[in-house]
Each structure stands twice: as structure tokens, then as C-alpha cells.
Write a protein that binds this ligand. Structure first.
Ligand SMILES: Cc1cc2nc3c(=O)[nH]c(=O)nc-3n(C[C@H](O)[C@H](O)[C@H](O)COP(=O)(O)O)c2cc1C
Length: 360
């Protein structure tokens, strides 16, 4: 190989993954989901290499939100946590970075993908993707401030991919250390096909590792997507709520091992654990049951193809009714949890709507 092609090691190496010989895995940041209790549960079932917090909102009077900070200060997962920010004004962003670096973070992650209209209308999150010049200034200022790892999570464009190449060039210009790329535009929200060709394009265009994000629904799909895109790894969101074993299973499939199948009894124990860690003493029972339904929306997609489990869960009001339905469908059965979500069973909500605000 000519010496010009020999890759020099990155200036700022990423934290060591669980298996150094395999592609990376990360849990996608999810507002109202990826808090400290949820990350703890995920780590008990098989950690990803990296965690990302929900986004810290940055504005004139913003302070680090305590419950998000808790995922960093009380991290017992044994894995690194990146702190995600959403905002646009440089002085405010720098002030927040200065506060965050006092804590044990793996790095700072910038959100350039949130598709909620109330967010992008303020030109933050996915809204930034419309303004290449603004991105240039923001990345430049943050890069100058951040000595450690500075990562970006973004979509492939706002309404189309017109700015995509220019933004990828900025990822190189400002020496971003890791790019998590959700292969949809902002306007495509969460349900369209994922543009894996755009992810493959980015992998070739940027100098940093790329995590392929969007519809990584199973360990088998993770392997296929890594092969198809050439990505350095995968970032998994909704499918990790459904199946917290997905990171361990991905390591298995990448190592050429048989994937551990999950019984419905194990799913019951996952739900029980989730119930326990998310229970706050001051939360009224009915509200907690309703909060659980939001996780169950995803978990139920792997239980039965008819969606009977979810149908019944959506109707319970009390803890007793909740566990009665779980016991009926998940215990004393020899059925397995499905690797892929059943296509006819739709999770609601399936977007960045805070779980707690979506009480059904
Ligand atoms: C409930 C929910 C909340 C989310 N919150 C965030 C967030 O705070 N920051 C972010 O960058 N992306 C957020 N996302 C987007 C996910 O990180 C991810 O990009 C998207 O869900 C696609 O990946 P998936 O198909 O594996 O779920 C959220 C997604 C969901 C479903």
C-alpha cells in the first residue's frame, strides 16, 4: 500500500468498544426514554458500546436538566455516555459545553435531526439542516471549545438532500469525531424507508466513523446494514425498547455465533424490571401504568402477530390489571419473542413525542 494510503490513527480515539474486533453499537438518544433508569435496564440485558443522553435544550436561560444529567452523574452501566445538545446560539451552546465538561461525559453530541415542528421552527435540531452557513459557524465554534470528542447526530436533509454533500464536507472541515446518521430527511419523520444509499455515500465522504441509524430492527438487519453501507456500526432506538437484548445479539451475529433466542418469559422479566426501575414514589399508579404502556407499545410488536397483547394492555388501568395481562400472554407459554417486529402491529407513539404526554 502506498504510504499516502496508510491511515494515521485518529487524533481523538473513540472510547474502547466492548468487542474491539467488531463494528460499534450505540443506543439512540430518545427523549423521555433514554434516562438513567432505562439505560441501567438496557445495560443489564446487554449494553451497547455507547449511550447518548436525551437532548439538553440550550437557550438563553437554560440550565442542565437534572433528570438528563442524572444519566451521566449516576451512570452505572459501565459504558460511556455522550451528552446531546440541541440549540443554535453559539454563546449559549458554549456556556452549556463548559458546564457539561465538568461531568464524566464521553463527549458532546450535537442534535441536527429532531423533526418536531415546534423544534425545527426555531432553527434547531433538524431545522439547522436548511442553513449550511449556520452549521459551519456552529460546528467551528464548538470544535474550538471542545478538546475532547465532538460528535454529530443528523438526518440526510430537511425536505430533500440538496445540502447533504456540503454538510458532510463540514463534518470533515470541523473534525467531527463520530457521525450518527439517520437515513431519512426531517420531512420523512419516522415511517418512510431509510435511505441506506445515502448512508453509504456519507461513509465514503467523511473521515470519521459513521453509525447507521434508522430501522435497525434486529441483529440480523444490523449485520446486513453494516455490510450494505460500510458503516462503522449501528445506532438503534425503537428496536432497543422492544428488544433490549438486541446489542448482545448483534455482537453474536457479527461474531458468527448463533443468536440467543428470547422466550416470552424473559420478556415478562424485562417488563417487570422496567416497571420497577421507572416507578417513582410520587407517581400515581394509573400514571405509571400509562407510562409503561408507552414502552409496551414497542415491546408488544414482538409478542403476537395479531396484536392481542397490545390490544389488552392499552385497556388496563391498574398495576394488577397490567401484570394480569402480562402474565396471561407471556408466562406459561413456550412461544418465543419475535426477532423482527410483526408488521401489522403498530407502535403508538412512534416519534419524538414525550412518552408521558401521550397517555392513552
Ligand atoms: C420517542 C423518541 C424520542 C427521540 N428523541 C431523540 C432525541 O432526544 N435526540 C435525538 O437525536 N433523536 C431522538 N429520537 C430519534 C432517534 O434517536 C432515532 O434517530 C430514530 O428513532 C431512528 O432510529 P430507530 O429506527 O432505531 O428508532 C427520538 C426517537 C423516538 C422514537
Amino acid at each position: 500500500m502506498p504510504s499516502s494510503e496508510v491511515q494515521s490513527p485518529p487524533l481523538r480515539p473513540l472510547p474502547e468498544p466492548i468487542d474491539k474486533s467488531q463494528p460499534l453499537t450505540a443506543l439512540a438518544p430518545m427523549q423521555d426514554v433514554t434516562d438513567m433508569p432505562f439505560m441501567t435496564v438496557i445495560s443489564e440485558f446487554g449494553s451497547p458500546d455507547y449511550f447518548f443522553t436525551e437532548y439538553f435544550r440550550v437557550h438563553e436561560h437554560s440550565k442542565l436538566e437534572k433528570h438528563i444529567l442524572q444519566a451521566i452523574t449516576e451512570n452505572t452501566t459501565n459504558r460511556p455516555v455522550f451528552a446531546q445538545l440541541i440549540g443554535e446560539k453559539i454563546p449559549e451552546m458554549i456556556r452549556t459545553v463548559k458546564e457539561l465538561v465538568k461531568h464524566p461525559i464521553a463527549g458532546i453530541d450535537l442534535n441536527m435531526g429532531c423533526p418536531a415542528p415546534k423544534v425545527y421552527k426555531k432553527n434547531v435540531g433538524g431545522g439547522l439542516l436548511r442553513d449550511v452557513q449556520k452549521i459551519d459557524q456552529l460546528l467551528g465554534a464548538l470544535r474550538e471549545e471542545i478538546d475532547g470528542l465532538f460528535t454529530v447526530k443528523m438526518r440526510i436533509g430537511f425536505g430533500d438532500t440538496e445540502n447533504f454533500e456540503a454538510i458532510l464536507a463540514l463534518i470533515n472541515k470541523h473534525q467531527i469525531d463520530l457521525l450518527s446518521l439517520h437515513g431519512r430527511t426531517v420531512k420523512e419523520m419516522y415511517r418512510s424507508e431509510v435511505h441506506f444509499d445515502a448512508i453509504a455515500f456519507a461513509v465514503k465522504a467523511v473521515n470519521c466513523p459513521v453509525l447507521s441509524n434508522g430501522n435497525v430492527t434486529s441483529a440480523r438487519r444490523a449485520k446486513e446494514i453494516i455490510e450494505e453501507t460500510g458503516a462503522a456500526g449501528v445506532m438503534i432506538g425503537r428496536s432497543a425498547i422492544r428488544n433490549p437484548w438486541i446489542f448482545q445479539q448483534t455482537r453474536e451475529v457479527l461474531q458468527g455465533k448463533k443468536i440467543t433466542q428470547i422466550s416470552l418469559t424473559e420478556v415478562y422479566h424485562y417488563i417487570e424490571r422496567l416497571y420497577h426501575v421507572t416507578k417513582k414514589t410520587d407517581l400515581i399508579e394509573r400514571y405509571h401504568v400509562n407510562k409503561m404502556k408507552k414502552y409496551l407499545n414497542f415491546i408488544g410488536q414482538g409478542v403476537d402477530p395479531e396484536g392481542s397483547f397490545l390490544h389488552e394492555i392499552r385497556r388496563v388501568q391498574t398495576e394488577k390489571e397490567f401484570f394480569n395481562v402480562c402474565e396471561k400472554h407471556l408466562l406459561n407459554t413456550d412461544k418465543w419473542f419475535a426477532d423482527e417486529p410483526f408488521s401489522g402491529v403498530i407502535a403508538r407513539p412512534n416519534c419524538e413525542t414525550p412518552l408521558a404526554k401521550n397517555l392513552s
